[in-house]
Design a binder for this molecule. Sequence first.
Ligand code: PRP
Length: 209
Amino acid sequence: MADMINVALPKGRLGDRVYDMFEAAGFECPSIREKNRKLIFENPEKGVRYFWVKPSDVAIYVERGAADIGVVGKDILMEAGSDIYELLDLNTGCCRMAVAAPKGYVNDPDSDLRVATKFTNVAREYYASMGRDIDIIHLNGSIELAPILGLSDVIVDLVETGTTLRENNLEVIEEIAQISARLISNKSSFKFKNKQIEEIAGKMAEQIK
Ligand code: PRP
C-alpha cells in the first residue's frame, strides 16, 4: 500500500468542521468521533492519519514535514510566513484582519503609533508599507483591552462578527486582509505523494461553497 497521508487538523470548532470535509471527501476515520483525549487517529484502509494540533502550530508541522498536509487560518500563514504550498481556500472560518481603535480615535501622525497585537509581523509589515513608525506591543489574547486601558492607541486583530469590538466601544478603522482556512501541503510531500494529495484536494474542492 502507498504511504499514509499525515494530516494536521486544528483543534477546536474549525477542525471539527474541516474534518467533516475530509470525511465527505471519502477519507473518513471513524475513531476520531469517539470522545477521548487521543491526538492521533488513523484509518489504514484509506491511507490517512489525522493529528489534532494547536491551530497556530499546524503550519510548523506541515513546513517541517511531520504532517504532509494540514488546515490553517490565513492569519497564521501571514504571521509565520511559512514555506509551504497553499492548495485551497476552504471558504470557512472566514473573518477579517483589521486595525481597530476606540470610537472617535484621531490619529496623531507626529508620534509613534502604539499597536497592540498577537500578529506582530503582520502589523509591522502593514505599517512599514505605509511608512508609519510604530511601537509594537505583543499580547497573547484579549487584545481589545489594550486601547481601553491606554496600553495602546490601536489594535491589529481578527474581527468575525464585530461583537467584541462593539461591546468594548471600538471600531474597525482599516482592513488589512480577508482571512479564511486554507488547505496547505508540505513542499516535498506534494512532490512525492502527489497523487494522494491531489485526490484529497480535488474532493475537498468539490465541497467548497
Ligand atoms: C478572536 C479575536 C477577537 C474576536 C473577534 O478572539 O481575537 O477578539 O475573536 O470575534 P467577533 O468579531 O465575532 O467578536 P478569540 O476568541 O480567539 O480570543 P483571544 O482574545 O484569545 O484572541
